[in-house]
Design a protein around this ligand. Structure first.
Ligand SMILES: NC(=O)c1ccc[n+]([C@@H]2O[C@H](COP(=O)([O-])OP(=O)(O)OC[C@H]3O[C@@H](n4cnc5c(N)ncnc54)[C@H](O)[C@@H]3O)[C@@H](O)[C@H]2O)c1
Length: 274
């Protein structure tokens, strides 16, 4: 049984995947273009075998976890993904598994085998990577020969989806935009009541039961929601009317609380802020 993997990009997602696999007795090699810190302050961080891409060859599966940012116009910029995919093929054979968030329209020129978007939250990332609530596998060809680590996660995942990379990408964007939409809706309704002197939280908390993403608080923010919602809006533009209004509402809310209620709480935290 091959329990070796190579992770390219050791930020929040790469380290969570690496640590989850190490805890399940995989051997993990890690590659990054910069010196990386132990983000999760996890004692197993030292078990990641950090390697230099130029002097390393292996046919183990390569998991790409680099950042996919937006350019100044909100357009998705995949230069880090292209560069990491090239590195992966230079290291050797074996499947290349893309985990960076990529728009469903962008797969044509990307050289990978499986697209497996990541759904983790930074606060519980390692446990979520070990037992994914959603394991979404988008395969270019057949998904018959999945690498060992995906077969392992398939056993522990709550829900598994097998389909095309495009379908997998839509699931990822559905998830992030749904979270952003819920935050915006609750905040907008809260502000309408608040401006009229009502107890907005009493009403909202009765209906939404203070569930995640359904509590009145700060605007949607963090590493992913604004970036991914904006990239989707820029790509689908006229077709994404609700998402366009969501951005406007989120910006209004940001201005309103900054001016009148700067003490409102964030919806969620990163591990270093918890
Ligand atoms: N952070 C989250 O909560 C989260 C959740 C789900 C999905 N995602 C997605 O996962 C991807 C990674 O996110 P992240 O938060 O881990 O990003 P991050 O910025 O924390 O880490 C990315 C890492 O990739 C490295 N890198 C960039 N180019 C590289 C290259 N060519 N070769 C090797 N390493 C390279 C960077 O130096 C950095 O350490 C993004 O697409 C993000 O949208 C993030």
């Amino acid at each position: 049984m091959n329990k070796e993997v190579i992770i390219i990009g050791l930020g929040w997602v790469g380290q969570a995947n690496a640590l989850a696999l190490i805890k399940d007795e995989f051997i993990v090699h890690g590659i990054d273009i910069r010196t990386v810190n132990n983000i999760y302050k996890d004692p197993d961080f030292n078990k990641i075998k950090i390697s230099d891409a130029g002097s390393f060859t292996s046919d183990a599966p390569k998991i790409i976890c680099v950042n996919a940012l937006n350019d100044e116009h909100g357009k998705q910029d995949l230069s880090a993904v292209f560069s990491a995919l090239k590195t992966a093929r230079q290291i050797g054979g074996g499947p290349v598994i893309l985990r960076s968030t990529v728009l469903p329209t962008k797969f044509k020129n990307l050289d990978f085998d499986l697209f497996v978007p990541e759904f983790l939250h930074e606060l519980h990332a390692i446990e979520e990577a070990r037992k994914p609530s959603l394991l979404v596998i988008g395969s270019k060809k057949s998904a018959d020969n999945l690498p060992q680590f995906l077969l392992h996660w398939k056993k522990s995942a709550k829900r598994v989806f097998l389909g095309t990379p495009e379908e997998a990408a839509f699931i990822k964007y559905l998830s992030n935009i749904w979270n952003a939409l819920r935050i915006s809706h609750v905040n907008e309704m809260g502000n309408i009541m608040r401006r009229r002197g009502m107890n907005h939280e009493k009403v909202l908390d009765f209906f939404f039961e203070r569930k995640p993403y359904l509590k009145y608080g700060r605007e949607f923010s963090g590493h992913c929601l604004p970036k991914d919602a904006l990239a989707f809006l820029t790509e689908f533009n006229e077709e994404a009317k609700l998402i366009s209004a969501m951005h406007e509402s989120n910006e209004d809310h940001k201005r309103y609380v900054k001016e009148h209620h700067p003490d409102v709480e964030a919806q969620y935290f990163r591990i270093n802020e918890a």
